[in-house]
Ligand binder design. Structure first.
Ligand SMILES: Cc1cc2nc3c(=O)[nH]c(=O)nc-3n(C[C@H](O)[C@H](O)[C@H](O)COP(=O)(O)OP(=O)(O)OC[C@H]3O[C@@H](n4cnc5c(N)ncnc54)[C@H](O)[C@@H]3O)c2cc1C
Length: 419
């Protein structure tokens, strides 16, 4: 048998060292740590918080105590140069319970927006406030969607007007379906500064804790992810200091000027930003799918009908084989896109969107399969599988629906403005 390693004609180097699917010791340790918390703290509390439909503050406090929730923790996950740790932690926490994990990880989204658009000073000022302190933890919210602007974010109606005399911004409008909306310490609001310019006329603003003019609207009662708070947010002459414009006024003025001159937008840069955050969302969906697969595998070994374990029927065993294969396939896409984002590769085929699309659809499908394997028990609230199925469904809807992901991939591979 040949033992010759892959060899690059052009560089003459052995390429084997450049790529490995073996996790390093740090990654394995962090994954085990997150798994322990998910197994011992999150999962036992999952049914209760799903029924209560409230933010699980006691669980968040437990996570703060061990450093799993907080800006230092998040910084540690981001520090991994391969980009995998963030995905690993998300998969484990969402394996525990998606509603509770979203109550914890929902804050990562506004933080990503601050990191993506803010200056170093803004990051230093606002990111710690998103998480609060050990004694008084907080959450944060990222509000883009509006009642008439979901998939089409260029249609935002929330306005931001500059009051030059006071160097203030004044925001007015309504945000919809905001995770942690109204209960957050820090809200990051995307608003339009010049509506005629569509998404190129928009900017992101920090609303500091306790700012008058921001109020919570109706809390949304949901199908799944019920321990995660979702609500409308109203902005009524909400006045914030000039320094709360992410990236600063000079940068925004230059962007608006370019848009008015009709200079081509840097759509590649915008696409890259989404591509970087989407694999993390995919990892969450994989956590739910894996929970359902593992539960169904154990159940199929135990449950006996016709004098044998139901797993001894190919119909059941093959379903489990397909579930395992699809979950692993989705995870590989998530790891690839996580690695690409962290190492600055170009997403030429929207690989980030691909990973989120595949993982979301696998989660819905695998949780449905798991319910089938559990039979009547799968349909009852006495067993967790129906909850996992309810939780999984959001992954084909938020952070870009499955249709929008397909659109992004289709445009990336064709170079055409597919409608
Ligand atoms: C639990 C939850 C949490 C959320 N958290 C947040 C949050 O924290 N911040 C935030 O800003 N938003 C949040 N959202 C909003 C979420 O991002 C939107 O619901 C999502 O983007 C879809 O928008 P929409 O609901 O308006 O659907 P629509 O855009 O109205 O889409 C309806 C259907 O039409 C399809 N469709 C639309 N346009 C096209 C097209 N061009 N081609 C093909 N099909 C198309 C869609 O795929 C979908 O199937 C959350 C939503 C939920 C339910």
């Amino acid at each position: 048998m040949s033992t010759v390693a892959p060899y690059s004609e052009s560089t003459g180097e052995n390429q084997q060292a450049g790529f490995s699917l073996e996790l390093n010791q740090d990654q394995r340790d962090i994954r085990e740590w997150a798994h322990g918390f998910a197994k011992d703290v999150i999962r036992p509390a999952a049914a209760e918080w799903d029924e209560r439909e409230e933010t699980p503050w006691p669980i968040i406090q437990e996570a703060v105590k061990i450093g799993l929730y907080g800006f230092e923790g998040l910084g540690q996950f981001h520090a991994d140069v391969t980009g995998l740790t963030m995905a690993l932690v998300n998969e484990e926490l969402f394996w525990g319970d998606a509603g509770i994990a979203m109550a914890m990880m929902g804050t990562a989204l506004p933080v990503a927006a601050i990191v993506g658009a803010g200056t170093p000073e803004q990051m230093g000022e606002w990111i710690p406030q998103c998480f609060g302190t050990i004694d008084d933890p907080k959450v944060a919210s990222f509000c883009v969607s509006e009642p008439d602007a979901g998939s089409d974010v260029s249609a935002l109606r929330t306005t931001a007007r500059y009051d030059e005399a006071k160097d203030d911004w004044v925001l007015n409008g309504q945000k919809a379906w905001a995770t942690n909306g109204g209960i957050a310490a820090v809200h990051v609001i995307v608003a339009t500064v010049d509506r005629e310019l569509g998404s190129r006329g928009q900017a992101a603003f920090i609303i500091p804790p306790g700012t008058p003019g921001l109020t919570m609207g109706a809390k949304v009662r949901k199908h799944g992810l019920r321990a995660s708070h979702t609500a409308d947010v109203f902005l009524d002459d909400c006045r914030i200091p000039g320094r709360c414009l992410l990236g600063g006024k000079e940068k925004l003025d230059a962007k608006l000027a370019r848009a008015r001159e009709g200079t081509r937008s840097n759509s590649q840069a915008a696409m890259q930003t989404f591509e970087v955050t989407r694999p993390t969302v995919g990892a969450q969906a994989i956590g739910i799918a894996r929970a359902a697969y593992e539960y169904a595998l154990d159940y199929a070994r135990e449950r006996r009908q016709f004098g044998r374990a139901i797993i001894e029927n190919q119909a059941i065993a093959f379903a489990l084989a397909d579930m395992k294969m699809e979950i692993d396939c989705a995870r590989l896409l998530v790891w690839r896109a996580s690695w690409m984002g962290r190492t600055g590769q170009r997403f030429t085929a929207a690989e980030g969107s691909m990973s989120k699309l595949k993982a979301g659809e696998v989660a819905v499908w695998a949780t449905e399969r798991a319910m089938q394997i559990l039979g009547g028990n799968g349909y009852t609230r006495e067993f967790p599988v129906e909850r996992w199925h309810r939780d999984a469904k959001i992954y084909t809807i938020f952070e870009g629906t499955s249709e929008i992901q397909r659109l992004v991939i289709a445009r990336a591979i064709s170079g055409l403005q597919i409608q």
